[in-house]
Design a protein around this ligand. Structure first.
Ligand code: NAD
Ligand code: GDD
Length: 337
């Protein structure tokens, strides 16, 4: 068991909250930082500080005395959110990422992990549902998702320059669409799995729900337990280049709705709406490099991960979303099959 002191930023958010639990289970002393408290449960971190990481002095306070930084803080959401606020998202994330990197380097932190995204990949490589899975080297020549994806791509480069010029140890993780309990499911920032779970939880059997796009667009989705396991393994590895972290289980959005409806035990009809944001036509993760580096890849199948996800969102919906403290129940871990 290590007694290292580590920092998780964005620890009031979805992945950061779960990562704090994971690190606490492994004996780390964890400082958690966010601009807001966690929305659904109390953090298990040793200390939780409210800081605005767009401010360099707040970044310096956050990194003081820790040996490793997991930098997950970002202005972030599903495709409806990131395609509708390019200026504020790009500004906020540029400030957070660049200043956290600088503060961590100045404080002589040993390792710095940056949470990048599959949104760095060129849009023209993702224009058909039967997409060729994306390899890390496909990111250049660049044509990323505007705003959000562009910032992720140039911050990856900035991290690499700090490694090349200063010998600063950085790790770059390109997440592919992550879902699970405690993920945002309403309010406009929710991603497709949580949004569809919420719509089905709110529906009666035989009802029709709105599905964005024509339903033929494809994605791969990664369950949160695989995500935090992968983050930790990448941090511990010696590899400083970018790595995909996702599954290669491709599903179309209409199929995603069918799986969730079946888990819910409801007959659900779909009204496709092509006037809503759709993002890329197809996206999948090529895990060749991840497997080479780690000898491991995410293992939890979509249906397995959607069972606890749907159960948690259904519970939230039934409780009206308001009585959140009443819903502090342990979430069972999902065993890969
Ligand atoms: P999230 O929105 O749940 O968590 C991000 C947290 O960052 C939030 O709690 C937010 O309050 C915090 N934050 C925002 N601005 C801040 C500021 N100025 N100072 C301090 N904290 C601030 O998102 P998440 O799903 O947990 O994502 C975590 C990281 O992973 C982000 O960097 C995101 O871009 C990246 N990512 C996530 C996914 C995914 O599918 N969830 C996919 C690709 C990349
Ligand atoms: N959000 C949402 N809500 N999407 C829906 C819905 C709905 O009710 N119904 C269908 N979709 C479709 C969207 O139109 C899109 O084609 C697909 O589901 C996936 O949408 P999201 O999950 O919102 O986003 P994304 O996969 O395009 O991008 C997300 O993943 C990236 C990493 O892979 C975003 O969260 C990015 O921020 C993230 O970096």
């Amino acid at each position: 068991m290590s007694q290292k002191s580590v920092l998780v930023t964005g620890a009031g958010g979805f992945i950061g909250f779960h990562l704090v639990n994971y690190l606490k289970d492994r004996g780390y002393k964890v400082r958690a930082v966010d601009i807001k408290d966690p929305e659904y449960q109390v953090s298990s971190a040793d200390e939780f500080r409210i800081l605005d990481l767009r401010e360099i002095e707040d970044c310096r306070e956050a990194v003081h005395g820790v040996s490793e930084v997991y930098n997950l803080a970002a202005d972030m959401g599903g495709i409806g959110y990131i395609s509708g606020a390019h200026a504020s998202i790009t500004y906020n994330n540029t400030m957070i990422s660049a200043q956290m990197l600088k503060a961590a380097h100045d404080a002589k932190v040993e390792r710095f992990l940056f949470s990048s995204s599959a949104c760095v990949y060129p849009q023209h490589l993702q224009d058909v549902p039967s997409v060729v899975p994306l390899k890390e080297e496909d990111a250049f020549p660049a044509d990323p998702e505007p705003g959000y994806g562009l910032e992720k791509l140039y911050t990856e480069k900035l991290c690499q320059y700090f490694t090349e010029d200063y010998g600063f140890q950085t790790r770059l993780v390109r997440f592919h669409n992550v879902y699970g309990p405690l993920g945002t499911y309403d309010g406009g920032k929710e991603k497709a799995p949580a949004a569809i779970c919420r719509k089905i939880a709110q529906a009666n059997s035989g009802d029709t729900i709105e599905v964005w796009g024509d339903g033929k667009q494809t994605r791969s989705f990664m369950y949160i337990d695989d995500c935090v396991e992968g983050i930790y393994r990448i941090m511990r590895s010696d590899y400083s280049g970018p790595l995909n972290l996702g599954t290669d289980e491709l599903v179309d959005v209409s199929g995603l709705v069918d799986i969730i409806a079946e888990i819910a035990g409801k007959t659900i009809l779909k009204r496709f709406n092509t006037n809503r944001p759709q993002g890329v036509r197809g996206r999948n993760s090529d895990n060749t490099r991840l497997l080479d580096v780690l000898g491991w890849e995410p293992l939890i199948h979509l249906r397995q991960g959607l069972i606890p996800t749907y159960a948690w969102i259904e519970g939230q919906v039934k409780a009206g979303g308001a009585d959140r403290q009443a819903l502090i129940e342990p979430i069972p871990r999902v065993a890969a099959q």
